[in-house]
Write a protein that binds this ligand. Structure first.
Ligand code: ZN
Length: 293
């Protein structure tokens, strides 16, 4: 190089400048995100799951983590938002026919999967999304082209998955970007938190309904017993027996009424506003709280 009359090296040829290093970093990051499990850092292998933030994981690694079998050092940072396997969706990919299934070199950026609509390779170059309802994976552009407003004018937000025809709701955040940019990831995190808040309210409501229905069932069965007690002897029995049966029925009814009153007061106390409920706390319950997630 230089002094041979052919070329004169300048600073650009001799010093590794920052932009190039940054570029290399970015490439490594893309490969890490799109070809390796975010948790175990092993090459991605089906079944692959994704969370509300669009990160890709090997399902077995995530299960090992959730069961506490394997401790990954940065798990809290990577997937602290995943509390159970219900928080992730198993993805349905379309295999890239240009790549053999058993690739000897998984580090080579040769995409295993493609978009079934546009046939673009999923290699980190094009944005990809998955549907939270069914887990099918498409390129963002392909899905957008199909889901243009003219395609279904009656229900613009409720559409069918082009791969498996399952319904998905764009308004409910069913379209999730895979490996989103940091700003979009923040938006997805906010959406995920909102969905969780809604789900926890629903769980509370369901529990309330369950409590109500059990007490109603119990009351009904008690009433049935009372009725059969009253009816059985009246068929062909002396009047004194009938009178006894009646008094038993009455006492049962009184008991039932008392029990109901007690029950409703207990249930009502559960749903009192915080300020009014003078709940007695012992040292075992003080400072603890219940999570509905
Ligand atoms: Zn689908």
């Amino acid at each position: 190089m230089g002094n041979d009359g052919g070329s004169i090296p300048d600073r650009r040829d001799l010093v590794r400048t920052k932009p190039k290093a940054e570029q290399a970093d970015k490439n490594n990051q893309i490969i890490a995100q799109w070809f390796f499990c975010a948790l175990s850092k092993r090459p991605l292998q089906e079944p692959i799951v994704s969370c509300g933030l669009g990160k890709l994981y090997n399902k077995d690694a995530l299960l090992e983590h959730l069961l506490g079998k394997v401790v990954y050092g940065d798990a809290e940072q990577i997937c602290g938002h995943i509390e159970s396997i219900k928080d992730v969706k198993t993805l349905k990919f379309t295999r890239n026919p240009a790549k053999p299934i058993a690739d000897p070199d998984p580090t080579r950026p040769n995409a295993s999967f493609i978009c079934p609509l546009t046939l673009k390779e999923m290699s980190g170059t094009h944005p990809f999304v998955y549907l939270a309802s069914c887990g099918c994976v498409f390129s963002s552009a392909g899905l957008r082209a199909l889901a243009s407003p003219s395609a279904s004018s009656d229900q613009p937000e409720q559409r069918l998955c082009p791969n498996c025809a399952k319904k998905y709701d764009k308004a409910a955040g069913d379209i999730r970007t895979i490996n989103p940019a940091p700003e979009e990831q923040e938006r997805m995190r906010a959406e995920m938190d909102a969905r969780r808040a809604v789900a926890s309210v629903k769980t509370k409501k369901k529990r309330k309904a369950d409590t109500a229905s059990t007490s109603a069932e119990a009351a009904e069965s008690d009433a049935k017993k009372a009725r059969s007690a009253a009816n059985a002897p009246s068929a062909n029995a002396p009047s004194s027996v009938v009178a006894v049966a009646r008094s038993v029925t009455k006492s049962l009814e009184a008991e039932e009424k008392k029990r109901k009153e007690h029950m409703s007061a207990a249930v009502a106390s559960l749903y009192k506003p915080k300020g009014q409920a003078a709940r007695k706390e012992t040292f075992t319950t003080m400072g603890t709280f219940t999570r509905y997630a």
